[in-house]
Design a protein around this ligand. Structure first.
Ligand code: ADP
Ligand code: ASP
Ligand code: MG
Length: 411
């Protein structure tokens, strides 16, 4: 007998019929004698619908109230899933995030999980129930409903698996595993039987939304056995996320690049003609950090005439807030020549642990992009990643060209 956490995404609960199918799959595992915790997302499209609904009242909704609204999507699907399981004769009980209690910090819209109380769930599992938990939501110390950011149900799944010391966390979605890039953009993309945790973390954080980044972080921290599978296929092993140290022997022949990720959600903030003096980066980015805005790529050159340009990227949704902060709080102290925003950019990244032992990956990437006539605006690298910011309209072309250039296309 194993304890398994199964997370089902929006398309897997898109309508009552799909929910019934999900319940039969869960039922099969239950009949094999396993204890099952099911985490569900809202029906596909529902979270977007709820956000638009709020936007019909105001374009800048209060984040606490927005969380109250968007968390309802998952409340519907947990109840529906419990009903479907009961209809098949299983004992099933649903929990919202705050009923569990999934304690988070108070950052509405991107809250972080601090603690999970597994006691009630464990008792129900021991009593033979299938436990169904709403993804994407929790509550802060004051009892306010919080949400974990888009795609956050993955994180709920992995965090529950860690808290309950589950044997495996299975992420069921609309593709049958992790591919070398998004198969919807590159039909030649290949499914990977396994991928190292580090590579998955980079791919996710560079925009591969098949797993939310924080879910991968959780899996790494608590060594949760994590697998991505299709909820539409009856069989198949999907993709296993591996921990390199343990699987060293299997990974002798590493490909140079394991995958290409892309992200349309970034925007560029340019602060041009600022004094090239100590402390300028802190003066610009300090207030941005205080406003809890995540900054991704940062570029600053040494200036020729005691002045320099400072550019960074943030999430598109936060570009206006970032610009406002720079204008109001930073500009009076630094007197920049010009402050500009550009949300027509995208980031494309090549990821692979094989990069550690090989040179020339970045130059091959730049050569490929130049052959396609694509201009690189910013570059950022890590030990296992090279990422470029380019004009958004060239993103898909860049992804396809790089996928081919790094021999990732299906033979
Ligand atoms: P869910 O609703 O099940 O959470 P998501 O839409 O969040 O599903 O994530 C699955 C989608 O992620 C796929 O349909 C695919 O378009 C996209 N995706 C992006 N990059 C990859 C990748 N490298 N491998 C597989 N899918 C990817
Ligand atoms: N329903 C939420 C979203 O659409 C969470 C999730 O699906 O993981 O982002
Ligand atoms: Mg998702």
């Amino acid at each position: 007998m194993a304890l398994i956490v199964q997370k089902y995404g929006g398309t897997s609960v898109a309508n009552p019929e799909r929910i019934r199918k999900l319940a039969s799959r869960v039922g099969r595992f239950k009949k094999q004698g396993h204890q099952i915790v099911v985490v569900v997302s809202a029906m596909s499209g529902e979270t977007n619908r709820l956000i638009s609904l709020a936007n019909e009242i105001t374009k800048e909704p209060d984040q606490r109230e927005l969380d109250v609204i968007v968390s309802t999507g998952e409340q519907v699907t947990i109840g529906m899933t419990a009903l479907a399981l009961q209809d098949l004769g299983f004992k099933a009980k649903s929990y919202t995030g705050s009923q569990v209690k999934i304690l988070t910090d108070a950052s509405h819209g991107k809250a972080r999980i601090i603690d999970i109380d597994g006691q009630n769930m464990q008792k129900d599992l021991d009593d033979g129930y299938v436990v169904i938990v709403a993804g994407f939501q929790g509550c802060d110390a004051e009892g306010n409903i919080t949400t974990l950011g888009r795609g956050g149900s993955d994180t709920t799944g992995v965090a529950l698996a860690a808290a309950l010391k589950a044997d495996e966390c299975q992420i069921y979605t609309d593709v049958d595993g992790v591919y070398t890039t998004d198969p919807r953009v590159v039909p030649e993309a290949r499914r990977l039987d396994q991928i190292t945790f580090e590579e998955m973390l980079e791919l996710a954080s560079q925009g591969s939304k098949v797993l939310q980044t924080r879910s991968v972080e959780f899996a790494g921290k608590y060594k949760v056995k994590l697998r991505v599978l299709s909820s539409f296929e009856e069989s198949g092993d999907g993709t296993l996320i591996t921990f390199e140290e343990e699987d060293k022997d299997d990974n002798m022949e590493q490909p140079l690049i394991s995958g290409i990720a892309f992200n349309r959600d970034e925007a560029k903030v340019m602060v041009l003609g600022v004094p090239d003096t100590p402390g300028i980066a802190h003066q610009i980015l300090g207030p941005i950090a205080e406003a809890n805005i995540d900054v991704d790529v940062i570029i600053q050159n040494q200036g020729a005439d005691n002045s320099t340009d400072f550019t960074f990227t943030v999430h598109k949704n936060e570009m206006h807030k970032a610009l406002e902060i720079i204008h109001k709080e930073v500009q009076p102290n630094i007197n920049a020549r010009e402050i500009l925003g550009d949300d027509k950019v995208a980031k494309v990244s090549a990821v692979g642990v094989g990069m550690r032992s090989h040179v020339g990956i970045a130059s091959k990437m730049f050569e490929t992009l130049s052959e396609e006539g694509i201009n690189i605006q910013m570059i950022s690298t890590s030990e296992i990643k090279v990422a470029v910011i380019i004009e958004e309209k060239y993103m898909e072309l860049a992804v396809r060209a790089l996928h081919k250039a790094f021999d990732l296309d299906e033979a």
